[in-house]
Design a protein around this ligand. Structure first.
Ligand SMILES: [Zn+2]
Length: 315
């Protein structure tokens, strides 16, 4: 309870300190020299907003490459950026678990703050076994769900700036085609993996939607959030599973310490089965600029390549 209260107080303090900046809610004239100022949380959303809004948006992402959104706390500078923005876009479903109070307060103050996963229908969402009544927030690894989120971004941009509706619609349609292509490519890649090896063992449960859509069993060591650490029993249970099923590769994640999966690796080898680390997957953040995973499309492609290569193994 104290923790909740402290977070709440910190958020109030930040917002109070920003109250002097008066908001001008009259719609502004948007053009390339005066783009819509958008502040977003994750790098996946930053990529999406920049693609759909080009060239009339200036997107600032709070969480850079390889940052863990479950643990991210907004700085005073972040709150100032959000308060000064025309639109604030975040993922929602408690992905940004330490920022919930800040979003709520901004919304109450009349700021345009949107949780993009609100665009998804209840049947799109996976229940969370960990928190009753909550849903798995990692929707982006089902490309068809990310397409719905992309459409929502398009709607929000058109609502804010109807004068460029045609441009936003054209950007969106072009991007939806790329997403469709990506979606079919993933099915083809996963089908290359022998059926009994279509099991994805990773640091935390970021790939539940991926598994549901593309037909893979998913075992995460840490559960849906990285906020709680895995215990010895979790490590031993997962090791027994990997050894029994003879899963050739497990995966670590770029935004999470590899220690947990390394402990599982040692425990599997103790059971006499030679498992490998198949590589580092991008879970909750894009890769650094200049890498193959610095866009959403690239991130998903990189992951799927690693998964297929790691699990096909010797036939
Ligand atoms: Zn996560």
């Amino acid at each position: 309870m104290c923790r909740l209260f402290c977070v709440f107080s910190a958020a109030s303090l930040f917002l109070t300190s920003c109250q002097s900046s008066t908001r001008n809610d009259a719609p502004k004239t948007v053009d390339e020299a005066n783009p819509i100022q958008i502040v977003v949380t994750t790098s996946m959303i930053a990529d999406l907003a920049a693609v759909i809004g080009a060239p009339f948006v200036d997107v600032k992402g709070l969480m850079g490459p390889n940052v863990d959104p479950h643990l991210y706390k907004a700085s005073e500078g972040d709150v100032r950026l959000m308060t000064g923005a025309d639109l604030v876009l975040y993922s929602g479903l408690h992905l940004e678990g330490k920022m919930v109070d800040i979003f709520e307060q901004m919304e109450q103050r009349g700021q345009k703050v949107y949780a993009l996963t609100n665009a998804l229908a209840p049947e799109d969402l996976r229940e969370s076994a960990l928190f009753v009544g909550n849903h798995d927030p990692h929707v982006w690894f089902d490309v068809t769900l990310w397409a719905k989120v992309a459409k929502r971004v398009g709607e929000l941009l058109i609502e804010y700036d109807p004068s460029h509706a045609e441009q936003y619609t054209a950007n969106l349609e072009a991007y939806l085609l790329q997403l469709e292509e990506l979606n079919s490519w993933i099915y083809t890649e996963i089908e290359r993996i022998p059926e009994n090896r279509r099991v994805l063992v990773t640091s935390h449960d970021a790939f539940g939607y991926f598994g549901r859509r593309y037909g893979m069993e998913v075992r995460g060591l840490q559960g849906l959030s990285t906020a709680s650490e895995a215990g010895t029993a979790d490590v031993q249970n997962l090791a027994t599973f990997v050894a029994d099923r003879k899963i050739p590769s497990m995966f670590v994640e770029a935004s999470i310490s590899p220690r947990g999966i390394e402990a599982v690796l040692a425990a599997v080898r103790d059971r006499g089965f030679e498992v490998q680390i198949g590589g580092t997957l991008y879970g909750d953040a894009l890769g650094s600029p200049g890498t193959n995973a610095d866009s959403y499309l690239g991130m998903v492609r990189e992951n799927v390549r690693l998964i297929a290569d790691g699990l096909i193994g010797e036939q």
